[in-house]
Write a protein that binds this ligand. Structure first.
Ligand code: SAM
Ligand code: FES
Length: 343
């Protein structure tokens, strides 16, 4: 079955489950990692793309049970960035060589469609050679259409889990997997480069759930896939849960690279939080993107999705320098390209 996967790059759900059971088997881990790295080199050489992450609001109307900034958490000091502050972050990033900006936030109704369109147009006017990625959660088809028309190029929306029951247990009844999936298909239809993904080791998650995630990704065919370990947050019902495994995350990065040789795959901040060399290990397992933080330092600690999140005290330039060194130490090269999906 491993030979079959290496040859065909695709399996059935039951075969994925069988494959995932090898995540602690050193020999298999090594075989998959070697293949993942070779595919990644074939398409991207030694390039690693950067995305400047701007966490522009920590207000959220949702209540995902695992998330530190969920609406029900009364201990969060909430903030919003103005359009000018967002543009300043972009300017700082631009001077550091970034050609992609990611605007990420909670689902915050303050940023209604007109306000978002204004921000998108301002960023694209001021930085016409940069790609703009949005990560604002679930919106209507019409809102996504307006944002696309205003100039947004990409959209990140992790599906979180493709299993109905697990989805139910991680979210309140006001949210649904069906709606989440619909958003992803809408985004694809509108011509966005789309990112889906999930947490590894979310409370209650089994290998079977992960196999289901792989099957869903196969169906969606996203251009980007964000996966990182679940990390508990002290003000959630999952405060005492175990964090997701770094090793399993790395194994999944290799599997995903083999399934989607051209995919844009970040070595995530959560991976760096769980292991001081997590992002370097992610690159060595098949990842080819890093997302340094461009948010103003005064706000960073307040965008606390989980405990001990890294990069919350650093200036943008420090983060850029730090990641450049980390990427080089993994044997890769941080580049300034927009880093669009290869079709
Ligand atoms: N509101 C937007 C959305 O829903 O896509 C973007 C912000 S949301 C906080 C970004 C991602 O953070 C989520 O998709 C989730 O996978 C991740 N996240 C939230 N809580 C986490 C935790 N405790 N551990 C690891 N990742 C977490
Ligand atoms: Fe942010 Fe290292 S990447 S400080």
């Amino acid at each position: 079955m491993i030979d079959k996967f290496l040859e065909l790059h695709t399996l059935s759900k039951s075969e994925y489950l069988e494959l995932l059971q090898y995540w602690e088997n050193e020999e298999v881990v090594k075989r998959l990692r070697t293949e993942a790295v070779s595919l990644r080199k074939q398409y991207y050489g030694d390039k690693v793309f950067t995305r400047g992450l701007i966490e522009f609001t920590n207000y959220c109307k949702n209540n995902c049970y695992y998330c530190g900034i969920r609406n029900g958490n009364r201990h969060v000091d909430r903030y919003r960035l103005t359009e000018d502050e967002i543009l300043e972050c972009c300017q700082t990033g631009y001077e550091l060589g970034y050609h992609t900006f990611v605007l990420q936030g909670g689902e915050d109704p303050y940023y209604h469609d007109e306000r978002m369109e204004h921000i998108i147009r301002a960023v694209k006017n001021q930085f016409p050679d940069c790609a703009l990625t949005l990560s604002l959660g679930e919106k209507s088809y019409e809102s996504y259409r307006r944002f696309r028309e205003a100039g947004a190029d990409r959209y990140l929306l992790r599906h979180e889990t493709a299993d109905e029951t697990l989805y139910r247990s991680l979210h309140p009844s006001s949210m649904s997997l069906k709606a989440r999936k619909q958003c992803l298909f809408d985004l694809k239809e509108l011509g966005y480069q789309v990112g889906a993904g999930f947490m590894v080791g979310a409370p209650g998650q089994t290998l079977e759930h992960l196999a289901e995630d792989l099957v869903f990704l196969q169906e969606l065919q996203p251009q980007m896939i964000g996966i990182g370990p679940f990390v508990p947050h002290h003000d959630t019902i999952y405060a005492e849960e175990k964090a997701g495994s770094v090793e399993l995350t790395l194994f999944l990065l290799s599997v995903i690279r083999i399934m989607f040789p051209k995919v844009l795959l970040p070595a995530t901040t959560a991976l760096g939080t769980m292991d001081p060399r997590g992002r370097e290990k992610g690159l060595a397992a098949g990842a080819n993107v890093v997302m340094p933080n461009l948010s103003p330092v005064k706000n960073r600690k307040l965008y606390e999705l989980y405990d001990n999140k890294i990069c919350t005290g650093e200036e943008a330039a420090e983060c850029r320098g730090c990641l450049g060194r980390r990427v080089a130490s993994a044997g890769y090269r941080l580049v300034e390209d927009r880093g669009d999906a290869l079709v």
